[in-house]
Design a protein around this ligand. Structure first.
Ligand code: SAH
Length: 212
């Protein structure tokens, strides 16, 4: 997601109390940010943040971190937090490739990837968030029995993501090629902004849950 460059978004982010500004300083010490030792779940590529805010509101005893690389997009999340502050949610503006510098081993309880950029060119496969390169990074930060939940409406990206599971040493726990018609996997579904947009256009939504 890329929004028109919004003047001043970097400044707003720099001053926001909802953003962790030097996240690498907190590697292994996220309990200090939240002031408790509750589980930490993260969404990588949160966009405007609706999904992670809904989760944080529904689960006050779980901590959430939303990660987004573009300031203009993150700004929307910050604006929403200003009207509805959620004590168990923080944002980081960063490139996900650096994730192992931000969270320590086993510090993350669950990772959500929602409607990740497809990077259609083969030579960009490494940039795809469900690629084996990223799965190795997630392996470092995720708790032993932790899972990754991935949703997309892009069949090529989903096929690619499925093919990456085994070579990266992960296991497929659950999957559907039509989430919105899968009663069991739909049970606790929280819609993302992209999910709402693409499913209302009639696109089926793919989802997997993987573990090691
Ligand atoms: N999860 C949201 C937004 C999906 S669009 C939803 O489902 O509605 C994908 C988002 O991921 C974009 O906002 C994009 O900027 C962000 N993103 C993509 N690659 C990223 C990366 N490597 N690091 C951080 N954010 C990334």
């Amino acid at each position: 997601m890329r929004l028109r460059n919004i003047t001043g978004s970097r400044e707003v982010i720099a001053e926001s109390a909802y953003v962790v500004h030097e996240p690498k300083d907190y590697k292994g010490r996220w309990t200090e940010i939240f002031g408790n030792d509750h589980k930490i779940r993260i969404e990588i590529g949160m966009g405007k943040g609706r999904f992670i805010m809904d989760l944080a509101r529904m689960n006050p005893d779980i901590n959430y971190v939303g990660i987004e690389k573009y300031s203009s997009v993150l700004l929307r999340g910050i604006q929403k937090m200003e009207t509805e502050p959620l004590p168990n949610l923080y944002f980081i503006r960063m490139e996900a490739e650096e994730i192992t510098e931000v969270f320590g081993p086993g510090e993350v309880d669950k990772i959500y990837l929602n409607f990740s950029d497809p990077w259609p060119k083969d030579r960009h496969a490494k940039r795809r968030l469900p690629s084996r390169e990223f799965l190795h990074r997630y392996d470092e930060i995720l708790v032993k029995d932790g899972v990754i939940e991935f949703k997309t409406d892009n069949p090529d990206l989903f096929r690619f993501a499925l093919d990456e599971i085994e070579p990266a040493g992960w296991n497929l726990e659950q999957m559907t090629e039509d989430l919105h018609h899968n009663k069991e996997m739909m049970k606790d579904n929280v819609m993302t902004e992209y999910e709402e947009k693409f499913s209302s256009m009639g696109n089926p939504i793919y989802k997997y849950i993987i573990s090691r």
